[in-house]
Design a binder for this molecule. Structure first.
Ligand code: ADP
Length: 357
């Protein structure tokens, strides 16, 4: 096990800068997730740590060793990809043992390690099968097993669950977390899936366009996003973003006025006539159907229901304001049952509003 430290890493491909200003230090044994939309540079960072790419500039340390010029196979890291590429002619046991045999590890130790890995990943009954006799989820577990058996200092995972169907993905995700709790190997995990990032990570690194947007524990990044990209990327359904204008302690949202307490507007230093994006998460909106509320309460938006999407546990409502759409969620079993065309009165939790430039 080892810490991993990146210091101002940059990687250019010809004239295109894939990543820059990438600095973080992962303490020994932690599970970090690099998350962001496709093309934001996640894989380039991971491949640079693995030694499959070289940094254009910056320093990379594994443990206390500067490894910029250390070849991949001497870095003592194991990487698992989305396409798990097992050797088709070998059994599960041979696949798991392969990396150890290449390193000329003693055959008794190999046997022990294969048995231990098979136990941790529930592969014991499959050891004599060939990859094509396995389901996708089992194959991916073998790929993980092959990486774990090497007992690397660092474990690198690039979208390892994205080829699995939904149920299997959830199960394997939980297994991975369990496995990390047992083994405590420093792990860096790349995904574009914010649910995987939130559920697995000790710390999340949110990336966009090759740069770090925010680093933090999942809950704190969710609760205190550094910018609009982070705010809308984490959360399902995502944070609502409504164009707004500030004037005289009110936010004008699509022609409707929301009265804002003075202490709040002072906190964010708003100028008169300032145009901005107002952010509010669906869970911070209370839905009313009673029009009287509209007259009593100055912090109400009225909207018209456009679309109702039942999801089982909750129902998503897409409602319209002139020029924008707001997404609401309603827990099943509550007393609000909106239909397209209904008018709703939305009470926003003013302590949970975000102001983005
Ligand atoms: P992600 O993993 O977040 O989808 P990548 O790290 O694969 O993103 O890519 C980041 C950027 O670098 C993208 O714009 C991609 O097109 C570019 N890139 C990655 N690898 C290469 C390469 N070998 N040659 C040229 N451009 C590349």
């Amino acid at each position: 096990m080892a810490k991993v430290h990146l210091e101002d890493i940059k990687r250019k491909f010809n004239n295109v800068t894939a990543i820059e200003d990438i600095s973080f230090e992962i303490p020994d044994g932690e599970f970090w997730v690099l998350v962001g939309p496709s093309g934001c540079g996640k894989s380039t960072i991971l491949r640079t740590i693995a030694g499959l790419e070289s940094a254009t500039s910056g320093k990379l340390f594994i443990g206390d060793t500067l490894v910029n010029n250390v070849p991949a196979r001497q870095r003592d890291v194991a990487m698992v990809f989305q396409n798990y590429a097992l050797y088709p002619h070998m059994t599960v046991a041979q696949n798991i043992a392969f990396g150890l045999e290449m390193r000329k590890v003693d055959s008794k130790i190999i046997q022990e390690r294969v048995a231990n890995v098979a136990r941790s990943l529930a592969l014991e009954h499959l050891l004599d099968r060939k990859p094509k006799q396995l389901s996708g989820g089992q194959q991916q577990r073998v790929a993980l097993g092959r990486a774990i058996a090497r007992e690397p200092q660092v474990f690198l995972l690039d979208e390892p669950l994205s080829n699995l169907d939904a149920q299997l993905r959830d199960d394997t995700r939980a297994e991975l977390k369990q496995l990390h709790q047992e083994l405590g190997i420093t792990t860096i995990y790349v995904t574009h899936d914010q649910v995987e990032a939130m559920t697995l990570a000790d710390q999340i690194v949110v990336l966009n366009r090759g740069r770090i947007q925010q680093i933090g524990a999942p809950q704190s990044v969710y609760a205190r996003p550094a910018n609009q990209m982070v705010a809308t990327f984490l959360g399902s359904p995502p944070m609502n973003i409504l164009p707004a204008i500030y004037n005289d302690h009110t936010f004008d949202v699509s022609g409707q006025s929301l009265a804002i307490p003075a202490e709040m507007t002072q906190k964010v230093h708003l100028r008169q006539g300032y145009s901005f994006d107002l952010g509010i998460r669906p869970e911070h909106i209370t839905i009313n159907t009673d029009s009287e509320l509209n007259e009593q309460n100055a912090a109400i938006l009225s909207v018209d229901v456009k679309l109702v999407e039942p999801l089982g546990r909750e129902t998503l409502i897409r409602a319209g304001l002139p020029g924008s759409t707001i997404v609401l969620n309603v827990q099943v079993g509550g007393n609000v049952h909106p239909h397209p065309g209904d008018r709703l009165y939305l009470q926003l939790d003013l302590n949970q509003l975000f102001v983005f430039d």
